[in-house]
Every structure is written in C-alpha cells, then in structure tokens.
Design a protein around this ligand. Structure first.
Ligand SMILES: [Zn+2]
Length: 287
C-alpha cells in the first residue's frame, strides 16, 4: 500500500500569492510569514491506491494545513474550526476530484461572489478579524491543493447562486453540493436504497458520497464519507476524518487499511448507519 506522501515545501512556491484589494498596506514579510506557516505544516493530502479502483485523490478535514482554520458564514457568531466540521466539503472535494481533471478545477471560480482565498486563521474573509494577508487561489495546482476549502467557502455563501449551506445549528448541509457539481458539468442525485447506492459506486464516471447518521460506525454526530469502491465482498471508504483508531459504536466493523482508507464487509454494512447515498455523475454537457 502506497503511503501518503508529504508535499514538499517547494510546492508552496507554486502558490500564486497576491495582495487582496483591501490589504495594500501589508508588508512583504507579513505575506512571507503566512506562506511559511503553511509551508511548515505537513499535509495528509495524497493519492491513495484503493483496491479495485486504483489511485484516488485523498483529502482530510483534519489535515495540518487547515485543521484550525475558522469555517463560518458572515453572520455566524461561532468560531468553529474546519477540522471539526469540514467532512462534507472534504468528501465533495474527493468526489469531484475523481471526475474532474486538475486543469478544470478553477472553473468553480466563475460561480464565486469573490475570489477564493485563505489566511492564517480563516478559510474565508468572514471570520478573519485581523486583516491577515490572504492567499488568492489562481492556478489549477492551488485549487487541487485547497479544494476542500474552496467548497467550504462556497457553502458559507461565497457564490452567485444565493446558496448558503453552513449553519450554526447543523454544521454543513448538502444544499450547495448540486450547484458545485453543476459548475463542473456533474449531475447529483440522492438515493436511500443501499443497492442503488452501491451499484452506482462501480458505474462509469460516477462518484458516491454516503451520509452516515450518528450512532453508526463512523460517527457520533453525523458524517459524510466517500465510497471509493465496492466489490462482491467489501465496501471501501475514504474517510475525511483521518484517524488511527475509531472510537464509535460498532467500530469493530471498520477495518483500517491505512488512516483515511478503510473497508467494511457488505454483510456488516448496516453498522455504518448510512441513511443516504449522494450519486455524482459526469454528463456530456460541457462545464
Ligand atoms: Zn486571518
């Protein structure tokens, strides 16, 4: 099993860093400091060899690059970190990345209300009260690297669709997902039947996200995971919450291949508590 590789510091040099329109007074060394903070962190992002499927892009909500970044809407009174509540946009990022080439990833920018950016403390400008220097994502490489944060910002309301799916009460709900998919020429449907959900996993040009209810093997509060493959015996998951050990009810039914990549047997899948399958399919329509 190929292990996740840590991106070299030099990758940081590929980040296009621009001054925000309102931060013209920031000094160069302040931007350099921001860059160094991100550069000093290891990342869990990698390509994972999923049995039966092959290489799939993996992202973790609790990646050291962004685990502490505040993930909130403009009106929120909370300061919740992405590591605690970012499973939905992280799972969506893995699903989109299954179906969309890196060079096409910036297409989502045409849907944005303002350019996607991040700073030392927040994945969008909403929660940063410090005037931090901000990275502005411009290249396909930037979008590949920070795709979970792009979709999270979209869910916070940074879009021209008037969609806001990040709530103070419920975390991230799924309403924004179909708009993100549409921007990439992807269709999204939801089913609750296990057979329909699992059949879709092996269909061509298709990615499937499962919503797992609280009390299942994956979560005590509700959780989104990517179903990366399903064979006759097992179902393979890429879990946005990368962990060495599962401390949940029924956790004995989750088998860890490597942190982030796990499988359950089909016969024990009921212990996952899956209540919905979000099926994302590439259409012939140009994005
Ligand atoms: Zn900040």
């Amino acid at each position: 099993m190929r292990r996740c590789a840590v991106l070299p510091l030099s990758v940081l040099l590929l980040l296009a860093i621009l001054f925000s329109p309102g931060s013209g007074g920031l000094a160069d060394d302040e931007l350099t400091l921001t860059e160094n903070i991100f550069g000093a962190r290891e990342t869990l992002s990698c390509w994972v060899d999923v049995p039966g499927r092959g290489e799939v892009r993996y992202y973790a909500q609790n990646d050291g690059l962004w685990i502490d970044l505040i993930y909130e809407t403009p009106s929120s009174t909370k300061k919740r970190p992405f590591g605690d509540g970012g499973c939905n946009p992280t799972a969506l990022a893995m699903a989109v990345r299954m179906l969309v080439d890196e060079k096409e990833l910036p297409v989502i920018a045409s849907d944005a209300g303002r350019p996607f950016s991040l700073c030392n403390c927040s994945l969008n400008k909403n929660a940063c009260g410090y005037g931090h220097a901000r990275y502005y994502l411009t290249s396909p490489r930037d979008y590949d690297r920070f795709l979970p944060l792009v979709f999270a910002d979209y869910a916070c309301g940074n879009n021209i669709r008037g969609v806001r799916s990040r709530s103070e009460a419920k975390g991230t709900v799924g309403g924004y997902m179909k708009y993100v998919c549409a921007a990439y020429g992807l269709d999204l449907t939801t089913v609750s039947e296990q057979k329909a959900g699992l059949d879709a996993v092996t269909a061509e040009d298709t990615a499937v996200i499962a919503y797992c209810a609280s009390g299942g093997a994956f979560t005590t509060v509700g959780h989104y995971v990517l179903i990366a493959w399903a064979d006759e015996t097992n179902v393979y998951f890429l879990d946005p919450l990368c962990r060495e050990k599962y401390r949940t009810n029924n956790s004995s039914h989750v088998h860890i291949i490597q942190p982030g990549l796990v499988y359950m047997s089909r016969s024990e899948l009921r212990y996952a508590g899956i209540s919905g399958y979000i099926i994302i399919t590439k259409t012939n329509a140009a994005p």
